[in-house]
Design a protein around this ligand. Structure first.
Ligand code: PMP
Length: 410
């Protein structure tokens, strides 16, 4: 492995006894029991260490090399020369840490440049950078609804949307996944609330299907509700220009608020929200994750600008990725796998039980293939799955190996 990625050891190893006495373990003994319960239920998570950059559809994890179907680097640009060069060129000028939150003086010229570029790319008046996509969702939702308001949220929305809804203090109405009839009933019954918001993932992170955005916008217009779409997995991938699910569904002008992340197809880090100038001004006046977190290091903004350029100038990356995804879905459907309604580069192979899902994931690892086992609470109970994330970086033989590995065991 590349020595730059080797884990450094702590200077002194403490004995278990020292550690236990220092954290007064008897008052925390319940944790050991809870962890044992999680293990029995096949729900215990373990930390893994990636020891190589994600290149060529491969990854080294805990000393072993795998074909990597567990990365959101959908366009294969996270470790690209362009991004590395962008960081090299700017770090000497801007240093590393931003030093303070954006409203104090942590927002630098490279952040401003990226916000301008994002607004141009998205075709909106304005863009606002957040430290992460998680913070963008929480901060945005809490800025636009609160106590006395109602937020209608798809049952399979990402955790950051769920947490934003909870923190906002608004009444939360969860509608069954993509069920616009139920959403219409909820909206019809919610006239006593102040502001109303419909919030949805554009491309669902665990199912790979797309929200019924036309129908959602029609309901929003009928019931005078605001619409917010999280484009985390769709930015750079869907739409003729790679702007995401709102573009591919033709509803960009009907959606009030779009949130995105730079950490997936753009291969860098950080979140953003785009919309009108007054919307972003309101959000940076109100969003606590924006106001109370240090701004991202500027070199990350430099890398994101380089990534955005690749998205704009190399559309073949997304078209080839989506073609390959269509091919792979066809093969897996023919082999009888349950892929839910996946229509994208995210392909769930739904197994059901968590222990069975882990068994399959381990079997694939024995074949040199990394496909993460996704279990509750990331997905509902009984819907554990292997989640295949396809990337532009994958080569034909790597995808064939995956199909062979899956068919061999099921
Ligand atoms: N929204 C969705 C749908 C996501 O899947 C994620 C990341 N898993 C986020 C938001 C958060 O993005 P970030 O990783 O940049 O915090």
């Amino acid at each position: 492995p590349d020595r730059r990625f080797a884990e450094s050891r702590p200077a002194k190893q403490h004995s278990r006894r020292e550690i236990e006495s220092s954290c007064m373990s008897n008052r925390l003994s319940w944790i050991e029991q809870e962890l044992a319960t999680l293990e029995q239920q096949s729900l215990l998570r373990v930390k893994t260490t990636r020891e190589s950059p994600p290149v060529g559809g491969l990854v080294q994890v805990d000393g072993r090399q795998f074909i990597n179907f567990g990365s959101n680097d959908y366009l294969g640009i996270a470790a690209s020369e362009e991004l590395v060069q962008a960081v090299h060129h700017t770090i000497g000028q801007v240093g590393f840490g931003a030093g303070s939150s954006p409203l104090v003086n942590g927002r630098g010229t490279l952040h401003r440049k990226l916000e301008t570029e994002l607004a141009i790319f998205e075709g909106t008046e304005s863009a606002l950078l957040f430290p992460t996509g998680y913070a963008a969702n929480v901060g945005t939702i809490c800025s636009i609804v609160g106590p006395g308001d109602v937020v209608c949220s798809d049952q399979l929305n990402h955790a950051s949307i769920i947490d934003g809804c909870r923190l906002s203090g608004a009444r939360i109405e969860v509608y069954p996944h993509r069920n616009v009839d139920r959403l219409a009933e909820i909206l019809a019954q919610s006239t006593s609330f102040g502001r109303r918001l419909i919030v949805t993932d554009g491309l669902f992170s665990m199912d790979g299907d797309i929200a019924p955005l036309n129908a959602l916008c029609a309901l929003a217009e009928k019931f005078e509700a605001m619409v917010m779409v999280d484009e985390a997995h769709a930015t750079g991938v869907l739409g003729d220009n790679g702007r995401g699910s709102c573009e591919s569904s033709g509803v960009e002008n009907r959606v009030d608020i779009r949130v995105g992340t730079l950490s997936k197809a753009l291969g860098t880090f950080g979140g953003f929200v785009v919309g009108s100038e007054s919307l972003t001004r309101w959000i940076f006046n109100r969003a606590r994750p924006y106001v109370f977190s240090t701004a991202q290091p500027e070199i990350i903004a430099a890398a994101s600008s380089a990534a955005l350029k690749i998205v704009v100038e190399q559309p073949h990356r997304r078209t080839e990725l989506l073609n390959r995804a269509t091919q792979l879905r066809k093969q897996l459907l023919t082999a009888g796998f349950d892929l839910r309604d996946s229509n994208s580069q995210i392909i769930p192979v739904v197994i059901g039980r968590p222990d069975e899902t882990i068994r399959l994931s381990k079997h694939l690892m024995d074949c040199g293939i990394y496909v993460p086992a996704i279990r509750p609470p990331s997905v509902p109970a009984g819907a554990s799955r292997l989640r295949i994330s396809l990337s532009y970086d994958h080569k034909e033989p790597q995808i064939e190996a995956l199909v062979r590995g899956l068919i061999a065991k099921v």
